[in-house]
Ligand binder design. Structure first.
Ligand code: E4P
Length: 217
């Protein structure tokens, strides 16, 4: 499973990238707002830090305008994935941008039928939003499973990018189902290594080691 950082915070991304675990980054207009930075400037900086795909989202609603914005965003760096919303215009823009050889991430996916359309439109990534489905008492993980089944049934190459991840369990569950990518906020990715029994076990080992009076030379 690939790990993307869902953030436009360059310090947080750099921190994780240094661990060698970051395969890409996803941003959206809300994350750009949170960063307080100019979209072109911050996206360029992120693209220089991370080798893999960096999603940058269009904000136009009409296909031709989305395509124009997508082309501009794609000029920022070769590893840009243009993010378009899952609307008919977004799908039209996806088809054209994919035809031009650009990576496209179709975002705001909340149903298996939508995911099927994105694959047919040539999307490199489909972003089903797990957390936002859970928020309205639906099961986001069921959607990941349905999309996996559909894509495997027909051999679609579109990668399932599990998004709107709120917990470490979301990542583990999506991985069990076979999502290709998980994009998560930095704080969730950092929590992945934590377990109270690891801390407890380590403390016990170190206390016993101290008693041996030895040193590793
Ligand atoms: C994905 O690309 C989105 O940016 C993100 O995962 C949305 O997450 P949220 O529902 O926590 O805002």
């Amino acid at each position: 499973m690939k790990f993307f950082v869902d953030s436009a915070d360059v310090d947080a991304i750099r921190d994780l990238a240094e661990l060698g675990m970051v395969d890409g980054v996803t941003t959206n207009p809300s994350l750009i707002l949170k960063s307080g930075r100019d979209i072109t400037e911050v996206t360029r900086e992120i693209c220089e830090m991370v080798e893999g795909p960096v999603s940058a989202e269009v904000v136009a609603l009409e296909a031709d305008a989305m395509i124009e914005e997508g082309r501009k965003l794609a000029q920022i760096a070769p590893n840009i994935a243009v993010k378009v919303p899952l609307t008919w215009d977004g799908l039209k823009a996806c088809k054209q941008l994919a035809r031009e050889g650009r990576m496209v991430n179709v975002t705001l996916c909340f149903s298996a039928a939508q995911a099927l359309l994105a694959a047919k439109a040539g999307a490199s990534f489909i972003s089903p939003f797990i957390g936002r489905l859970d928020d309205i008492n639906l099961d986001g993980m069921d959607l990941i499973a349905d999309i996996r089944t559909i894509y495997d049934n027909y051999g679609f190459g579109t990668e399932i990018l599990a998004a709107s991840i709120r917990s470490v369990n979301h990542i583990a569950e999506a991985a069990k189902i076979g999502a290709d990518v998980a994009t998560a906020p930095p704080e969730v990715l950092k929590k992945m290594a934590a377990h109270p029994l690891t801390d407890k076990g380590l403390a016990a080992f170190l206390a016993d080691w101290e008693k041996t009076g030895q040193k590793i030379m």
